[in-house]
Design a protein around this ligand. Structure first.
Ligand code: THU
Length: 525
């Protein structure tokens, strides 16, 4: 039973992206900033290899890391929670969600007032605690709604629970959600109920987010449609407006989020457990509390071994972030930063993947690991870090042995191939040359034709190796003729292992080697 636990450390950026200036950011580096605090702890994450990630030279390196690591650059033009999570789930957003530094336009508020029958107060970017202090009394007196925004793409409505019952406030949010479409499609409409008396107003826990639906199918939809579990922990369900989520637990803060994540390890399911730990961003990043952020990171660092100890053999843990929020930079807003990628599990080879472009590579990799054929934006890195399974090891061994039989006295290039038939049998082949040159046949077609002549027509895996005079060399991909012969019988999703050495191979697919192939389906009848 394969399970992926994907933990988003909300806002834990690892350094500014090349285009940070476009977003009003420079000199931002969330992880570096919190590493200066006395509260910072870096033990479990050091062992994982977090210090080996590109651009983290201020941290101690790990010579024998436990996890595969990488630095991810965002492809979407945004630095907010929604766009960041969408990209992690395989949807790149070419333009940012709208923000309202001068408040919402009149036509939006007029329509909102018309449909709710209530006036509007404030209409500016404002701190959530100050806005109820400054406008609360007037709201209680008049019944007008406090509408405010932030640097994020949000339409927030604050109302006293005695003036506007919570359910009514939620209804107003649904009204706003419908009005805010097209170019005014804000990321979230948020209900912000509060209670108490003037001078002492306090927000209640009945906050509720009404998110914009993702513009296309996400990893979550693809997994749930394939019958897999998508268990959302924390605000994940809100971020995706429930789309593709099969099971959820809302949590209040990191401590509870980590507790629920540990409990999730006891659940039997096949699929994804998608967790967001929000405190880093909400309590410390925006409030520019470097020590608080560092202490929250230390809490996570201390908790991590309790999680990894309980992981099962086929579990994969992925730790990442959705954007930055440097608590020591010049503003309280998010920062355009690279995010860390840490991938850990018994099936994962610790390796440094350098820097990759696209948070969406996570979605492609999770889909790949869980064996679903959906592909959104992004490319899987799983092939680079997954340890070989038994079938793969057997095929790699068979191809290397087959190469020993190569008959290549003219080119001296010896090639071996092994093809796994639907009957479970491995068919091997080597290249066979000829003094007149042209009758030469490649290793792949030898294997394929042996199998077909044995009555086998379906295949699930191919391994290929080659080298000069029996010395393995890393670059022996199948030639064009062999690719064409293979697509006659094999699906584009069929994995192909390009053997680099006795111990290393690259995974690709037949479809990647021969995209838009001419197949029997193209022959017009
Ligand atoms: N060869 C293969 O066996 N497979 C390929 O896909 C590429 C080329 C062989 C054919 C020839 O004997 C030698 O490599 C040099 O081209």
């Amino acid at each position: 039973m394969k399970r992926v636990f994907l933990i988003v450390l909300d806002s834990l950026g690892v350094g500014e992206e090349p285009d940070a200036a476009l977003f009003g950011d420079h000199d931002c580096h969330t992880l570096k900033r919190i590493s200066t605090s006395g509260k910072f702890r870096f033990e479990s994450m050091k062992k994982m290899g977090m210090g080996n990630i590109d651009g983290q030279d201020f941290l101690p390196r790990e010579s024998d890391p436990a996890a595969a690591v990488c630095r991810l650059q965002e492809r979407s033009m945004g630095k907010d929670t929604t766009i960041g999570h969408w990209e992690i789930a395989g949807v790149v957003s070419p333009s940012p969600l709208p923000t309202y530094p001068d408040g919402f336009p009149k036509e939006i508020l007029d329509e909102f007032s018309k449909q709710t029958g209530r006036g509007v107060l404030c209409n500016k970017p404002y701190s959530g605690t100050e806005v109820i202090n400054d406008y609360g009394e007037q709201h209680v007196k008049t019944g007008d709604l406090i509408v405010y925004t932030s640097a994020d793409s949000v339409f927030q409505i604050a109302a006293h629970e005695d003036v506007v019952p919570v359910e009514t406030l939620y209804e107003y949010c649904r009204i706003a959600r419908k009005i805010l479409s097209g170019k005014h499609a804000v990321g979230r409409v948020i209900a912000r109920p509060f209670t108490g008396k003037a001078g002492n107003f306090t927000r209640t826990t009945n906050r509720h987010d009404f998110s914009l639906l993702p513009p296309k199918k996400t990893l979550l939809d693809a997994l749930s449609e394939a019958g897999k579990t998508v268990y959302a922990v924390g605000k994940i369900n809100d971020i995706f407006a429930g789309q593709g989520v099969t099971d959820m637990t809302f949590t209040h803060g990191n401590t509870e989020g980590m507790k629920v994540s540990l409990e999730a390890l006891d659940r039997d399911f096949e699929g994804l457990c998608f967790i967001n730990l929000v405190d880093f961003d909400m309590l410390y990043g925006h409030r520019q509390d470097v020590d608080g952020y560092a202490a929250a990171f230390a809490e996570f660092d201390r908790w991590l071994p309790s999680f990894t100890e309980k992981m099962r053999d086929d579990d994969v843990l992925i730790i990442t972030a959705d954007h930055g929020c440097d608590p020591g930079d010049s503003h309280t807003d998010h920062s355009r930063e690279y995010t860390p990628l840490i991938v850990y599990g018994k099936n994962i080879e610790p390796k440094n993947l350098g820097t990759r472009v696209g948070f969406c590579d996570i979605a492609a990799s999770v889909a790949d690991y869980l064996g679903i054929s959906w592909r959104g934006d992004g490319e899987s890195f799983m092939g680079l870090i997954r340890k070989p399974d038994e079938r793969e090891s057997a095929l790699v061994g068979a191809a290397i042995s087959a190469m020993k039989n190569a008959y290549a006295p003219y080119s001296l290039h010896t090639v071996g191939a092994a093809l796994l038939g639907g009957n479970g049998k491995i068919y091997t082949g080597c290249n066979i040359e000829c003094a007149t040159y042209t009758p030469t046949i490649c290793a792949e077609r030898t294997a394929l034709f042996k199998a077909v002549s044995d009555g086998v027509r379906d295949f699930s895996l191919l391994a290929v190796c080659g080298g000069r005079e029996q010395v393995l060399s890393p670059s022996y991909p199948p030639c064009g003729v062999c690719r064409q012969a293979l697509v006659e019988f094999c699906a584009p999703e069929m994995p192909v292992l390009l053997i680099r050495s006795e111990t290393e191979f690259e995974r690709t697919t037949l479809g990647a080697l021969l995209p838009r192939a001419f197949t029997p389906k193209n022959l017009i009848k």
